[in-house]
Design a protein around this ligand. Sequence first.
Ligand SMILES: Nc1ncnc2c1ncn2[C@@H]1O[C@H](COP(=O)(O)OP(=O)(O)OP(=O)(O)O)[C@@H](O)[C@H]1O
Ligand SMILES: [Mg+2]
Length: 264
Amino acid sequence: MKKGKVIAVAGKGGTGKTAIAALLIREILKLRAHEDICVLAIDADADSNLPDALGISYGKTTGDIRESLLEDKHRDVTLDMRSQFIGKIAEVIVEEDQYDLLVMGRPEGPGCYCPVNHILRMIIDTLTENYDYTIIDCEAGLEHLSRRTTRDVDVMLVVLDTTVKSMKTALQLRKIAEEIDADVKKMMNVANKIPEGAEEMIIEEAKKYSLDIEEIIPFDFLIQEYDSKGMPIMDLPEDAPPVVSVSRIAKYICEALKNGGGEF
Ligand SMILES: Nc1ncnc2c1ncn2[C@@H]1O[C@H](COP(=O)(O)OP(=O)(O)OP(=O)(O)O)[C@@H](O)[C@H]1O
Ligand SMILES: [Mg+2]
């Protein structure tokens, strides 16, 4: 069995994937602090927001490496892109005290035959082995799954909000996962930005789309304030309601994965 556990955070655009991914990284690190674990954060969205949510800056992206390798390939057609890429990946990994960050960057340029999704697949296949947990902040929508880049993750957190559109996306993600026979051990629907008192309503609405909501993350103006002031979501106070909810998610996932994921 592979060592590294992979958690992808997916869902419709704007539902809160990046905020939840950042908090999940923090809460997993906190939960397993005494075990000295290695965590890799991957920003797989071309519009890379995860570094801001984590409060760290980055230089190169995997997209930049790909561009330079493509130039090399023009000069030498025998160049093995895969092994060259793996060799260069360390150049783009940002090493923080407690975790590493990899930013995928821009999707393929014109005429490119080595799209960023293909690279993401390669990274999931190889790099994640070196980490206890990899958390992927996915691009919005369905592409990552339909292109099979997230086809074998341990947990896919599917984030939805109060909109029907986000529920439809959640449903589509599940259908695609079934169609491509994805090896996703657990698809976990999480409702985010839920106003106080609307919890039951959202659970009932989601049922109409055959979606079971497993965790509710409350609407919190503080997240919006942090975002509008450019403050890292990672630094939200411990007692902020969304942090408490994500902490529960982290605990549930870590416990289940520690036992091989059988209780999912
Ligand atoms: N629990 C919450 N309460 C209030 N606002 C929230 C909450 N979670 C996220 N937001 C706000 O929702 C907006 C979208 O959040 P975020 O960027 O995390 O979503 P996303 O799904 O990653 O978006 P994208 O699809 O563009 O990557 C932000 O303005 C953020 O401040
Ligand atoms: Mg995002």
